[in-house]
Ligand binder design. Structure first.
Ligand code: GLN
Length: 455
């Protein structure tokens, strides 16, 4: 009830939610009844949860921020949602996002932007700005996001929250409306590292419904966070800082906050090691070929026949006319831009030059990570180059929007896990800044330990 009251009080301004559940209180009351009758419930039973609208739900519409799916009701729950429900979490609602998770500001949502609770004239990050803003504004204690190129971590950075992109395959993608299947991962958005660990424990682990789900047994990430908070995990920790990243293109206060965090780690006994990752900076270029290519293929299913909206342009329209009119009316500009780019990159004659080259760069970035993790335990970077920018500032300049992802994208290309935790504010604008840690694939627990130690 407290969260519903808070939503009623502030969401008119923040617009974190696209849909608020009309039966959250009933679900919560049922949990109370079960607990009262002596049933042993999970650690998060009764805790409200905000769900990014990219995740399908049977009891609330799932639009992925697009008009083409307006009012769409899924016949099944995403695995992460089903697991959250089974653990007794109470879904509060569906959160706003850039259309089909394409963007870094939530301004590409077909339902209007979300605003940053720290300053309502600024963006909450994207694509998962709704989940991050909901958590930052106390409209939810926990939220689910998806991260294809930074959509969990960058919103965490600009809203002073914690965001985790797990190892590729660690959390099921079943029921996460696909953007780029080889990059997408679902993960937690929370206020503390421990909260993120608790939620990750509930949603993670093998899922036979996702063909890329890892068969691994995972340690408890909540336990890892508790260990990090209690023990001396920073002592002797080798923290890699990427030489090639430099300060160019990074806001002064972002760099300063990053250096302050590194100094604090050093004071606690960590060793800061300069490493070389020469291909890291080509991540953006490779990503913006791989992503549109996969997205253009994934979005082909929105054909006016199987899902959502249908526009019949005139009497006697052919199926092609209907398809074209529907996709024209249903998709926004950014989605169309990427479909065109991806279709072009995949076409005969261009495939090797564009998609093939991008895949090679991807392999080089993976090799950079492999070499770096021979020398260090984690890599640290600022989570994003700037603090929250103003609404409207970059929305008409796709290149500027894409460059905001320079530090988050490489983790998705390599499949490694990443966490963003708050690292103070930038001195020039007083806005939140995050620090990102990356670890080798499957070493997610290390990120929870380090994050909790620094928190
Ligand atoms: N900002 C990136 C993009 O626009 C990341 C998106 C994401 O992680 N879903 O593609």
């Amino acid at each position: 009830q407290a969260h519903l009251d808070r939503i009623a009080a502030v969401d008119g301004d923040v617009h974190a939610y696209l849909h608020v559940s009309d039966h959250a209180l009933e679900v919560a009351a049922d949990i109370d009844r079960r607990r009262a009758s002596g049933e042993v419930l999970g650690r998060l039973a009764g805790v409200p949860l905000a769900i990014k609208d990219v995740l399908v739900t049977t009891d609330m519409p799932s639009t992925s921020g697009s008009k083409i799916l307006e009012g769409y009701m899924s016949p099944y729950d995403a695995t992460v949602v089903a697991r959250a429900r089974a653990a007794g979490l109470v879904p509060l609602g569906k959160t706003n996002m850039d259309e089909f998770a394409m963007g870094s500001s939530t301004e590409h949502s077909a339902y209007g932007p979300t605003r940053n609770p720290w300053d309502l004239d600024r963006i909450p990050g994207g694509s998962g700005g709704g989940s991050a803003a909901a958590v930052a504004a106390y409209e939810a204690p926990l939220a689910l996001g998806s991260d294809t190129g930074g959509s969990i971590r960058q919103p965490a950075h600009v809203t002073g929250t914690v965001g985790v992109k797990p190892t590729y395959g660690a959390v099921s993608r079943y029921g996460a409306i696909a953007l780029a299947s080889s990059l997408d991962q679902v993960g937690p958005v929370t206020r503390t590292v421990l909260d993120a660990g608790l939620l990750h424990d509930v949603i993670g682990g093998h899922d036979a419904n996702d063909s890329t789900s890892l068969p691994d047994r995972w340690p408890s990430f909540a336990d890892a966070a508790r260990e990090g908070a209690r023990q001396d995990v920073l002592k002797g920790l080798r923290v890699g800082v990427i030489r090639e990243l430099g300060d160019d293109g990074f806001q002064t206060g972002v760099t300063a906050a990053f250096r302050t965090s590194l100094a604090a780690m050093e004071a606690a006994g960590a060793e800061i090691v300069e490493i070389s990752a020469p291909h890291f900076e080509y991540g953006v270029a490779a990503y913006y070929l791989v992503l549109p290519a996969e997205a253009s293929s994934n979005l082909a299913k929105f054909d006016s026949v199987r899902f959502g909206m249908r526009v019949t342009p005139h009497a006697g329209a052919t199926v092609e006319d209907v398809m074209a009119a529907t996709r024209d009316a249903g998709f926004g500009d950014e989605v169309k831009r990427r479909i065109i780019l991806g279709t072009y990159a995949l076409s005969a004659g261009y495939y090797d030059a564009y998609y093939g080259s991008a895949q090679k760069v991807r392999t080089l970035i993976q090799a950079d990570f492999d070499a770096a993790f021979e020398k260090v335990d984690v890599i640290a970077t600022p989570t994003a180059p700037t603090t929250a920018f103003r609404l409207g500032e970059k929305v008409d300049d796709p290149m500027q929007m894409y460059l905001n992802d320079v530090t988050t994208i490489p983790a998705n290309l390599a499949g490694v896990p990443g966490i963003s935790i708050p690292a103070g504010v930038a001195e020039e604008d007083g806005l939140p800044v995050g620090i990102q840690f990356l670890a080798p694939a499957r070493e997610d627990a290390r990120l929870y330990r380090v994050g909790a130690a620094l928190e």
